[in-house]
Write a protein that binds this ligand. Structure first.
Ligand SMILES: [Mg+2]
Length: 447
């Protein structure tokens, strides 16, 4: 039989527990912005699944599920594959998705450059989607504060061998409401003209004159004062890049993009130092330390252009953008994916002080925005995307439309084949058998 003091102690504890529960429920119900249906400390990741939309590029979209029904959406870099995200599943199962920094630290070694940064980036987006929904705040609130209400968009425009027709196509963009422009200035545009291409593949001085005719025609169409970038020159040496950039100077481009591979910061420094044409790169780089720091620290670039679906999505791209800002370098965002990754990028971009504009590669695809519900339609309004204030990314998939455009059969099918570690199993069982300091065979962790 329990003693009197034990009974009263039990009653006291029961009363305290009841009081605690009652007060926490009432405060959760009354506190604005707190999701009373969620118990954040008990949240666990239970699954990661994916599907791939076949669009202008493939859009691999992931969904991270939890034990409380709340889930997050993310997207692997356009033209990437879902497997680069799914191989991370075993590393995040069972973990609290609100521990965003801890999870990202775990999976960072699996992030590579180009499309190989897409898995990490997709997971980052999905975690911010979950955390935003749980705390009842837009994803931008989790990485900073909003410094602008709308995101300026630029888009690509299909070129034409006839400069006049190219100019007309760019004029259509202006009519559509865009205020920032970019043209593809392939060296091959002038390939058919005698004496235009050197045997090394670069334009001769004569060929550069022809290329400038295209810029002049576009300038005449959109205005000589409108911001205009240029891209896709072909593979050039550093010296040829300098020749191109100097030839373009009278046209005051907003930037010339990706003259040489982004890893060659020394080459970029030589180009930047030799011309007044602003030089930009970065769409295939992941991470601040891994990708952008050398370019920024060495003043080797005028403008950076991370693609958030490669560079690390919200948290890492925010780090990159802020670091560039500290060094007086503006940030443009490359983007060619679905509205999921687009809106994730919008959330991040609205917190960057040095943000210039972001790309959209699907403005001519009528069903692009039908893939989702949530954002106000049209998603791009007069060349800008309004920043949402809805919780998480503020995007849900329109299942019916997504299913009409699947690359492979299956819509978020189970992924048990990814439940076990595939790339690295270092942390699978904890202490590995080894000899300890005393020479004894042990599984005790001593390191
Ligand atoms: Mg590019």
């Amino acid at each position: 039989m329990p003693s009197r003091s034990a009974v009263s102690r039990r009653k006291l504890l029961q009363g305290l527990a009841a009081g605690t529960a009652a007060s926490s429920v009432s405060s959760a119900q009354t506190a604005p912005g707190v999701n009373k249906f969620s118990a954040p400390s008990k949240l666990k990741i239970t699954d990661m699944r994916a599907c791939t939309v076949a669009a202008n590029y493939d859009y691999p979209i992931i969904r991270i599920d939890t034990n409380e029904g709340v889930y997050g959406l993310g997207e692997v870099r356009d033209a990437g594959v879902k497997g680069i995200a799914l191989i991370l599943k075993a590393h995040i199962l069972g973990r609290n998705p609100l521990q965003i920094d801890n999870i990202l630290r775990t999976i960072r070694p699996f992030a590579g450059q180009g499309r190989m940064g897409g898995g990490y980036s997709a997971v980052d987006m999905a975690l911010h989607d979950i955390a935003g929904k749980v705390y009842g705040v837009p994803a931008w609130r989790l990485v900073g504060n909003k410094v602008r209400d709308r995101i300026r968009i630029y888009c690509d425009t299909t070129g034409h061998k006839d400069p006049k027709i190219y100019g007309q196509r760019m004029a259509v963009r202006k009519k559509e409401g865009f205020t920032f422009f970019k043209m593809d200035l392939y060296t091959s545009l002038v390939g058919g003209r005698p004496g235009a291409i050197h045997e090394n593949g670069a334009a001769t001085e004569k060929g550069l004159g022809y290329l400038c005719e295209y810029i002049a025609a576009v300038r005449d169409a959109i205005g000589w004062d409108a911001p205009l970038g240029a891209d896709h020159f072909g593979r050039l040496s550093v010296n040829d890049s300098i020749r191109y950039a100097k030839a373009f100077e009278p046209y005051q481009l907003a930037w010339a993009e990706d003259f040489i591979p982004w890893q060659d910061w020394r080459g970029y420094k030589k180009i930047c130092d030799a011309t007044t044409t602003p030089i930009l790169t970065g769409e295939d780089a992941f991470g601040l330390e891994e990708g952008f720091q050398d370019l920024i620290d060495n003043e080797a670039i005028d403008i950076i252009q991370p693609d958030p679906e490669t560079s690390g999505a919200l948290k890492e791209t925010k780090r990159i953008g802020d670091y560039a800002d500290k060094h007086g370098i503006p940030t443009v965002l490359h983007f060619a994916g679905s509205p999921v990754g687009c809106m994730a990028s919008v959330h991040m971009a609205c917190t960057l002080r040095n943000f210039v504009c972001m790309e959209n590669h699907a403005v001519d695809m009528p069903w692009w925005q039908d893939l989702v519900t949530g954002p106000k339609k049209p998603i791009i309004q007069n060349g800008y995307i309004p920043v949402p204030d809805t919780p998480g990314l503020g995007v849900e998939l329109n299942e019916e439309v997504v299913k009409q455009h699947l690359r492979y059969p299956g819509y978020f099918e189970p992924t048990p084949m990814y439940d076990d570690f595939i790339v690295s199993g270092f942390r699978r069982v904890g202490g590995w058998p080894h000899y300890d300091e005393d020479g004894k065979w042990t599984t005790r962790m001593t390191y």
